[in-house]
Design a protein around this ligand. Structure first.
Ligand SMILES: [Zn+2]
Length: 250
């Protein structure tokens, strides 16, 4: 979906239920920046197709917004096409991580015949680990040609590698899993210290002059809902810090 002149979101990419994953892209005069490559090779094809189609003559570049594989699983497609992938310097995943994700996917299959047939491998076909080959710094500005530029903001907490992409000129923020719109946040991969850092990152983005936020999961957040979602996330984090327990622990 088109959000503004140059900013797009791709929502609803399939993942382990009830999750969908988001991607998006920003189109400048010379370059198109894709934000996240999706969970698998197939999703990357879809993202690549949409992004390429808006301005086919543009050079494509990719940035990973965090290290979890639902955001970087499609990297191999872009790598095969000679496309440069940027990300936080601490993103370093390996094939063992992918094996764990594939096995988690099998656990989510309800039908016993499909589970036994290992249909998770259909979802992950051709997917392999490719880490970002170029790094981004906090505050770095990436020019996409013409007047279009984006800034990198480190918004750590969910993982130590989370960044956000701000398109100041169009009041858009791609924030990854800093906000999981409508969903309970995934706090189980971190500790109380990480959750405090996460709170600080939410405070940081609440100061920004933005009209629409593309979260890592869930629908676009706009207008008054921005404050509502940030408050909801902070309340859940606060509760987790007090109880020292993630809200999704059963
Ligand atoms: Zn995610």
């Amino acid at each position: 979906m088109k959000l503004t002149n140059n900013c797009y979101a791709i929502l609803g990419i399939g993942f382990i239920p009830p999750w969908t994953v988001s991607s998006g892209f920003v189109v400048g005069e010379e370059k198109t920046l894709i934000i996240d490559s999706g969970p698998n090779y197939l999703a990357a094809h879809t993202i690549f197709g949409y992004a390429k189609n808006v301005k086919p003559t543009n050079e494509i570049i990719v940035v990973n917004i965090e290290k979890h594989l639902d955001h970087i699983g499609g990297n191999s497609l872009f790598h095969e096409n000679g496309i440069k992938i940027y990300g936080h310097p601490a993103i370093s995943r390996n094939d063992d991580d992918l094996i764990v994700d594939i096995s988690d996917f099998n656990k989510s299959i309800l039908n016993s015949k499909r589970k036994a047939a290992h249909e998770e491998y259909v979802f992950y076909e051709n997917t392999r680990i490719v880490n970002p080959g170029a790094h981004v710094k906090n505050g770095e500005v990436i020019s996409l040609g013409g007047n279009t530029e984006v800034s990198v903001i480190y918004t750590l907490g969910h993982t130590p590698t989370n960044i956000s992409i701000l398109v100041k000129g169009e009041k858009i923020l791609y924030c990854g899993d800093l906000i999981t719109s409508g969903y309970l946040p995934n706090l189980e991969c971190g500790t109380k210290d990480d959750w405090n850092i996460w709170m600080n990152s939410l405070d940081l983005i609440s100061e920004l002059d933005v009209e629409q936020i593309v979260p890592g999961h869930g629908k676009i957040i706009s207008g008054a809902n921005i404050k509502f979602e940030i408050t909801r996330m902070k309340e859940l984090l606060n509760e987790a810090i007090i109880n020292n327990k993630a809200p999704t622990v059963e």
